[in-house]
Design a protein around this ligand. Structure first.
Ligand code: PLP
Length: 395
């Protein structure tokens, strides 16, 4: 639409949200779709968090909060960073936002100038590219593959750096691949980055607790990376609070100040009741949410076993988050049930129409050979979905 800005016309619609909308539409038509497209835990929020929100309403929290978050919430975030990550921050280094998505958008808006390059180890979370572009940045993908568990190496990183590189954004545990960078792997990347002190690292750790291989490492824990890394986190995934919209950053003072300024002109800060509930969520130890992590781990085993029974689908073992990212490229060029499969988007559409299972094409995540399947769903739904996929692909 020419009446709209170039900014929005050039922006892609979030592929995951588009798939969710399509799923809803088909469900409304009475079609029984199993949605494995959204990255949303199917648990309800923990009772202690719910009670804190009710208490906040009773206590008449209603007014604008400080733009960068309540002081008590910043303190809870500081305690959480120290407890879980051994990272030390002062209140001026913390900014609370309307979801980690806004934290990322703030960072892109305050750090990027026109033409600045943003390194995105692929596959990457859908929004990194479009958020960067919105702020004038140029996404630069760094390819990986299922053979190396979708992780980039130090050499891959070094080869992608140019004089225009301004920042790198990645998630570990990763959405969409579930990959978790070990401490040694992060150190190898850091050894490259120390040679380029102007590059800012945005470490998205929103899946921190959903990790099946041991202790989470943040690249900010390395002394030589602390001053140039911004850690992004939030309560959406770990506390099943996606709709509450609270995310936050810890990072260099000068960047946090700029995010505060940006947010002051755009949202005036995050919702007051959700902020009060988040104080309670973060003050409780991660052991309180371990039951969800255990459930995700069991479902990962289930879905990997079921996928292994389907011919032509290549998987690796994701180490965290709640996604599998199988390579389905062996189906490219085939015609199934009258539908031509030329790429991952066709494959995902085939699953939606012929198996009535919603997934997301890997193209949206910078990997055209794969699709993303979320296993943040009940065991019954996972079993039924995989049965349908198997039938559609083998009959
Ligand atoms: N970062 C990653 C890697 C995600 O997967 C998501 C949500 O899907 C977000 C950030 C956004 O989280 P929030 O709900 O806090 O905006």
């Amino acid at each position: 639409n020419s009446k709209l800005s170039n900014r929005v016309n050039e922006m892609a619609t979030s592929a995951t949200l588009a798939m969710a909308a399509k799923t809803r539409e088909l469900k409304e038509q009475g079609i029984d779709i199993i949605g494995l497209s959204l990255g949303e835990p199917d648990f309800t929020i923990p009772e202690f968090v719910k009670q804190a929100a009710i208490q906040a309403v009773e206590d008449n929290y209603h007014a604008y909060t400080p733009v960068d978050g309540y002081g008590e919430l910043k303190q809870a975030i500081i305690t959480k960073f120290k407890r879980d990550n051994n990272l030390t921050y002062s209140p001026s280094q913390i900014v609370v936002s309307t979801g980690a998505k806004q934290s990322l958008a703030n960072l892109a808006m305050v750090l990027l100038n026109e033409g600045d390059e943003v390194l995105l180890p692929a596959p990457y979370w859908v929004s990194y590219g479009d958020i960067s572009k919105l702020a004038g940045g140029v996404p630069v993908e760094i390819k990986s593959s299922i053979e190396n568990d979708f992780k980039i190496t130090a050499a891959d990183l070094e080869a992608a750096i140019t004089p225009k590189t301004k920042m790198m954004i990645y998630s570990s545990p990763c959405n969409p691949s579930g990959s978790v960078y070990s401490k040694e792997e992060l150190r190898a990347l850091a050894d490259v980055l120390v040679k380029y002190p102007d590059i800012i690292v945005i470490s998205d750790e929103i899946y921190e607790h959903i990790n099946f291989v041991g202790k989470h490492t943040s690249i900010a824990e390395f002394d030589d990376m602390y001053d140039r890394t911004v850690v992004v986190n939030g309560v959406s995934k770990a506390y099943s609070m996606t709709g509450w919209r609270i995310g936050y950053i810890g990072g260099p003072d000068w960047i946090a100040r700029a995010c505060n300024k940006m947010q002051g002109q755009i949202t005036s800060g995050a919702n007051c009741i959700a902020q009060r509930a988040t104080i309670t969520a973060l003050e409780n130890p991660p052991s309180k949410i371990q039951f969800m992590v255990d459930a995700f781990k069991e479902r990962r085993t289930l879905i990997l076993n079921l996928l292994s029974e389907i011919p032509g689908i290549k998987t690796n073992e994701p180490e965290g988050a709640f996604y599998v990212f199988p390579d389905i490229s062996s189906y490219f060029g085939k015609t199934l049930k009258g539908m031509k499969i030329a790429n991952a988007s066709d494959f995902s559409l085939f699953l939606l129409e012929k198996a009535n299972v919603a997934t997301v094409t890997g193209e949206a995540f910078g990997d055209p050979n794969c699709i993303r399947i979320s296993y943040a769903a009940s065991e019954a739904n996972i079993k039924e979905a995989l049965k349908r996929i198997k039938e559609a692909l083998t009959s």
